[in-house]
Design a protein around this ligand. Structure first.
Ligand SMILES: Nc1ncnc2c1ncn2[C@@H]1O[C@H](COP(=O)(O)OP(=O)(O)O)[C@@H](O)[C@H]1O
Ligand SMILES: [Mg+2]
Length: 299
């Protein structure tokens, strides 16, 4: 929102110099606006339950797409299909026109990173170590050179640390670098998970309810953080319950209801669509927002 939500210093948007350095290091942006991540007719059947029915999405480079829908609509299942956790019953997922690998670690290598609805950090590792774990996916060092701790290993370790420091600064967690992840406030754990995902140099980032459990200030900070991530050249898909958050963040919004793509369009188109008001919750928009703020959370 443009309304003046004053943010405390630790929640302010990433500093321009950190953004510039990271953009240099990651060099992701190509500026093409070509489709990068595409799902064509994705159906996911669990026994008798059709969790997704012929869902289609095309994410363009540099775009932020929002995915909204009631609990149980299939949003997380869709992310699981996009990231090789689930193999769709039918339909295809492609990254830059090539089939998505059916294996989460190869999906990460291919440049797709995600966060989880239920935070998945290593609780007994420091914030820095958690980001380094993400970074190691990208490091070319084989096990032998790691064992020998040769100069190449030390150089790449130093580079990994440098990048991790920048990423912690980017998400505003420098002061917690050496703190155990489990001791971080909840909202900061979510930001740490984003830093770890970014450490894999993704061209696509999928965020599953990144503001769940956050207060208004933390939510606003997350909105600014996602804008900064987009500015790095990363294309983003965000699942959220908070429609106000989605409508002020995203270029396009997809509404999923009972596994079906109900409406797709710009925030203005979706907000004004009677089918969304009718089928999504059967209530006027103001009530939808009020209700969505209270149904925040789990599936
Ligand atoms: N692994 C699974 N096995 C069986 N059913 C599942 C599985 N994962 C999700 N579902 C079901 O699919 C539906 C969609 O769930 P989910 O994708 O988590 O919804 P959302 O994220 O939109 O709240 C729910 O009915 C859920 O119970
Ligand atoms: Mg979910």
């Amino acid at each position: 929102m443009s309304e003046s939500t004053e943010l405390p210093p630790e929640l302010e948007a990433p500093p321009e110099e950190v953004k510039a350095e990271l953009a240099d290091d990651m060099h992701i942006a190509t500026g093409t606006r070509e489709p990068i991540l595409e799902a064509a007719g994705v159906t996911m059947q669990f026994g008798g339950l059709r969790a997704l029915n012929e869902v289609t999405m095309s994410l363009k480079e540099g775009e932020v797409i929002g995915l909204i829908g009631p609990n149980g609509a299939g949003k997380t299942t869709f992310f699981n299909c996009l990231t090789g956790l689930y193999t769709p019953t039918s339909g295809a997922v492609t990254l830059r026109g090539k089939p998505m690998p059916q294996d989460p670690s190869r999906v990460t290598e291919a440049g797709v990173a995600r966060t989880f609805q239920n935070i998945r950090l290593f609780p007994s590792m420091t914030a820095m170590e958690n980001v380094l774990v993400g970074r190691h996916v990208r490091m070319k060092q084989g096990p032998v050179s790691s064992l020998l701790h040769g100069p190449r290993f030390r150089r790449s370790e130093a580079e990994a640390r440098d990048r991790a420091e920048k990423l912690l600064a980017f998400v505003g967690l420098t002061r917690f670098s050496e703190e155990l992840a489990r001791n971080l406030p909840y909202g900061d754990q979510r930001r740490l998970e984003i830093a770890r995902a970014l450490a894999t140099d993704p061209s696509v980032l999928l965020l599953d309810e990144p503001t769940a459990g956050m207060n208004a200030q933390e939510t606003e900070a997350t909105r600014q953080l996602i804008f900064a991530i987009r500015d790095l050249g990363v294309s983003v898909v965000v699942i959220e319950h908070d429609t106000k958050f989605i409508f002020t963040l995203c270029d396009r919004v997809l509404v999923l209801v009972q596994g079906e793509l109900l409406v797709e369009g710009t925030p203005d188109e979706v907000r004004g669509d009677p089918r969304v008001v009718e089928a999504y919750l059967g209530a006027p928009p103001e009530e939808i927002e009020a209700q969505l703020h209270t149904t925040e959370g789990e599936s």
